[in-house]
Ligand binder design. Structure first.
Ligand code: ASP
Length: 440
């Protein structure tokens, strides 16, 4: 059994958080591979180490001294060393880094040092070996990861050892350090789990899993216990603040369960994401999660005979594609079609596009409805279950939410309704209170 763990910045903010990480790792001997972020904020108003490093890079770029910021960074680490009772003397490393910064250091390399020092400290604290990400996370020149080479290199470098690895960065073919985009330690963790064929990838953060709805809208929403990768994709596409898809493809590809956990509440099982889930479909709510987004416009085109002429739809979509407008949903009726698009993407080209549609398609009518929000109820248990959409529409109607549009994906994994933006929060609350709360 092998568990690969990744700890985010808030789990490493200070010695107290380091101690929690140690307790979690020591509680299970299969937790042998640990990926760490750079220390994050200790309290609101505090600074993330990575932000401070980028700030240094900006100062260097414009020739302004960043000595004070650099001292803040050094002090943060030295405090952790002291408070955790570690022996490691980081001063020579910081002095060498400072010297390199005077000569001109690349931004990525400087930013990567947050994770690097964090991993060195954690390795000593856990009694694990430090394994540098630059030894195995292999980027191509185009910035993509060469997964085959990466997996092979990690297998060779890690063997059966217990190791701590810095997240967020890897190495280019010419030996230079390159970072992922912000939050990229999640990717390092997923790559490590995939390379080592881990039994589970535990992603430790400061929330007890993915919540069933946005806590800014619903009071104290319950976390989702189990979720499929398909559902995760639906929820994140439509606005839920969850892991970015790019961060999970390595584990998804290998069918490794991803478990999101809370360092501050380690006994909570969190959310487990799996490729497929076998369970009693009649148990619990048929909704796994609710998400939504504001800021959509609906372009509705009516043209007699359109249903019998597939060329019309092609022409419409070509015009939108020409303006680089992505169509999110296409609810349609006989001789009438609606295109749901993000308002900010059409704002500049709307009139030009409508003009072209008028000319090329010669519709009977084109209308544009703005300030539309989409709300999605996502759930694998909705598939092929009669009556689900009826129940949803009825509840929304009873609660005064006017549905402007309805669409459902062919896999019946979601039911999406378009509502006026003013009804957005109410629609989410109604769905949560009617279909989720009563099952908890
Ligand atoms: N420390 C990096 C950031 O703040 C990467 C990470 O935490 O995943 O973006």
């Amino acid at each position: 059994m092998l568990k690969v763990l990744k700890f985010g910045g808030s789990s490493l903010a200070d010695a107290q958080q380091f101690a929690k990480v140690k307790a979690i790792v020591e509680a299970d001997e299969s937790r042998r591979v640990v990926i760490v972020s750079a220390p994050g904020k200790r309290f609101s108003g505090d600074h993330k180490i990575t932000d401070l490093l980028y700030l240094c890079a900006a100062h260097i770029k414009y020739g302004v001294s960043c000595e004070e910021i650099f001292d803040m960074i050094r002090t943060r680490y030295l405090e952790i060393v002291h408070d955790c009772g570690l022996k490691l003397d980081l001063n020579p490393d910081f002095d060498a880094l400072w010297a390199k910064m005077q000569e001109g250091i690349e931004k990525d390399e400087l930013a990567s040092r947050g994770e690097y020092f964090s991993a060195r400290l954690m390795a000593e604290y856990l009694g694990y070996e430090f394994l540098d990400a630059a030894e195995w996370v292999k980027f191509r020149f185009d910035g993509t990861v060469d997964t085959d080479a990466t997996y092979e290199a990690l297998r060779r470098a890690a063997g059966d050892r217990s190791v701590v690895i810095p997240g967020f960065y890897g190495v280019m073919p010419d030996g230079r350090i390159r970072t992922f985009s912000r939050g990229g330690s999640d990717i390092t963790g997923a790559l490590a789990a995939a390379a080592l064929d881990a039994d589970v990838y535990e992603n430790w953060t400061d929330v007890s899993g993915i919540l069933m709805a946005d806590p800014r809208i619903v009071d104290d929403p319950a976390p989702i216990r189990h979720l499929t990768y398909g559902e995760l994709r639906e929820l994140s596409y439509i606005g839920a603040q969850v892991l970015h898809e790019g961060t999970i493809f390595p584990v998804r590809e290998k069918n490794i369960p991803l478990n999101i956990r809370n360092t501050n509440e380690p006994e909570h099982p969190g959310t487990t994401i799996l490729e497929s889930i076998e369970e009693d479909t009649n148990d619990g709510s048929f909704i796994t999660g609710i998400a939504g987004k504001k800021g959509f416009s609906v372009i509705t085109i009516a043209k007699t005979g359109m249903s019998g002429d597939p060329g019309t739809l092609v022409r419409i979509l070509e015009i939108l594609a020409k303006h680089e407008v992505n169509v999110e949903y296409i609810p349609s009726g006989i001789d009438i079609i609606s295109l749901v698009v993000e308002s900010k993407k059409v704002s500049k080209c709307l009139y030009a596009m409508l003009g072209e549609l008028q000319k090329e398609v010669q519709p009977n009518k084109i209308t544009v409805t703005e300030h539309i929000a989409v709300v999605a109820a996502v759930g694998r248990k909705m598939a092929y279950r009669p009556g689900v959409s009826g129940k949803i529409f009825a509840k929304l109607g009873e609660n005064g939410v006017n549905i402007r549009m309805i669409t459902q994906g062919p896999e019946e994994l979601n039911i999406i309704v378009g509502v006026e933006e003013k009804d957005f929060a109410q629609a989410i609350r109604v769905l949560y209170d009617s279909f989720v709360k009563e099952h908890i």
